[in-house]
Design a protein around this ligand. Structure first.
Ligand code: FAD
Length: 426
């Protein structure tokens, strides 16, 4: 029985890996960043139950780490795939961490003495990390990584503090990339998503990047999180003050034929959740959600929306936002919009704005064909929704199409089942 490879260590890839491994199939879990966990690790609470995201995710990550049939290849990337269903040869590059993972204990002393600071991608740039870092406290594997681009030793031949202070003597500046070839029966791609945060519309129309108090919804997840840059305090970027009111704007860079006609499917519930979190933390902050139409399609989602209105007093305005203009003195934001319910043009001032930005898949090079909708092509959207047109290759989670965590998990299990058939035959 040949192993199976899962590429992408977010929740969908984790689920696929666990289901395969529990059947006795060896799994290589390839993750390009230093830790598995994906976006779910960055979320604060999850809709519709408001469970703490990392409290649900961390036990699964630990299960992956402890599973005898799973080999995690973190900080690694697929370079080449040859062969066919049942017998793929995959070349994987293990990137150098410049840290010997067999010695590193994850104690974090190196980070304390590293003088070089860079924007922390886990907190979406809302805070800084060191050039030697562990992405988040629950990271798996819990090993440090040197970001050579920002390390003073690699850039200027000075420092070496991490080497001096590492109690485990784990620093190894001489590490090189290591290429390995693996023979697997099937490959499951679960490379997830990113926000369409680089579109000019975001800057021009909504002032993102120009106005300090405009945030994306993922940034807001970190802002409201107890493990985030402000310890969960909702504080404005401009003056560190708690806002009196917050506007959430839906369908930004999505359902818009100018750049992305797709519905991102999770934004409605994400904003409802974030609005509830605001009201839970600070009942005095007023929350308004500007929406085109609300999609509450999942189990418990309609009830969640009803609670937001009735129990938490969130205001919902059916509207078409036109533009945002900043008051240069107060850094408050004036939102101009059409109230499509009242058929009126209106302007309202807010102290913070959160944009529910559309999502796009992280495409794993040319290994999976992409459809007209930007997401991975599937063989049959009705009867084989996780199979790519290439036999033996499966596409799941947000790479497949926009979806929430429960649907990502379902696809993880579905692809594990399909891949296990090939593994058992090989
Ligand atoms: C603001 C916001 C709030 C949300 N809140 C909720 C919520 O409350 N409840 C809910 O159900 N859903 C929520 N979601 C949706 C949720 O984030 C996704 O459903 C879920 O993360 C999808 O998991 P995934 O495994 O498909 O992708 P991801 O979580 O994106 O994981 C993909 C993984 O693949 C890795 N990767 C990428 N490229 C490569 C490569 N080439 N090689 C190897 N690895 C690679 C990435 O580093 C990452 O670890 C929210 C989304 C947003 C934007």
């Amino acid at each position: 029985m040949k192993p199976v490879m899962v590429v992408g260590g977010g929740i969908s890839g984790i689920q696929a890996a666990l289901d395969l491994a529990d059947q006795g199939i060896k799994v290589y879990l390839v993750e390009k960043t230093p830790s598995i966990g994906g976006r779910m690790a960055q979320l604060d609470k999850t809709f519709p139950t408001l469970d703490c995201s990392s409290c649900i995710l961390t036990p699964k990550m630990v299960e992956v780490a402890r599973h005898e049939n799973i080999e995690i290849l973190a900080y690694s990337e697929v370079l080449e795939i040859n062969g066919e269903a049942g017998n793929f040869k995959v070349k994987v590059r293990k990137k150098p961490r410049y840290v010997d993972v067999t010695k590193c204990t994850g104690c974090g002393v190196c980070m304390k003495y590293c003088p070089s600071k860079v924007p922390d991608e886990f907190n979406l740039g809302l805070s800084e990390r060191k050039a030697i870092y562990i992405p988040f406290p629950q990271a798996i594997p819990l090993k440090a990584t040197i970001d050579a681009e920002h390390c003073l030793w690699f850039q200027k031949n000075i420092c070496r503090n991490c080497e001096k202070f590492c109690p485990a003597k784990a620093i190894d500046y001489e590490q090189k990339p290591e290429d390995i070839e693996l023979n697997v029966a099937a490959i499951i791609f679960a490379t997830g998503y990113e926000l369409i945060a680089d579109h000019s519309l975001l800057t021009d129309q909504y002032g993102y990047g120009r106005y300090a108090n405009v945030y994306t919804n993922l940034e807001f997840e970190r802002l409201v999180s107890a493990t985030g840059p402000t310890g969960g305090e909702i504080l404005r970027r401009s003056d560190g003050r708690k806002p009196k009111n917050i506007a959430f704007i839906q369908c930004v860079c999505s359902r818009d034929i100018r750049m992305n006609p797709n519905c991102s499917s999770i934004c409605c519930m994400a904003s409802v959740k974030e609005g509830i979190l605001v009201r839970e933390h600070h009942p005095d902050i007023e929350v308004t959600i500007f929406y085109m139409d609300l999609r509450a399609f999942g189990k418990g989602y309609q009830e969640f929306y009803d609670r937001a209105k009735e129990e938490f007093g969130i205001r919902f305005v059916r509207s078409k936002p036109a533009t945002i203009v900043e008051n240069p003195e107060t850094k408050n934001l004036i939102l101009y919009y059409e109230d499509t319910h009242a058929s009126r043009y209106k302007a309202e001032e807010f102290e913070m704005v959160v944009l529910a930005v559309g999502v796009k898949p992280v495409v794993p090079d040319s290994f999976v064909p992409i459809g007209e909708d930007m997401f991975a092509q599937v063989k049959d959207p009705y009867l084989d929704p996780v199979a790519s047109p290439k036999p033996g290759i499966y596409v799941i989670g947000m790479l497949n199409s926009p979806k929430d965590i429960p649907d990502s998990v379902i696809q993880g299990s579905a692809a594990a089942m399909k891949a296990s058939i090939l593994a058992c035959k090989s």
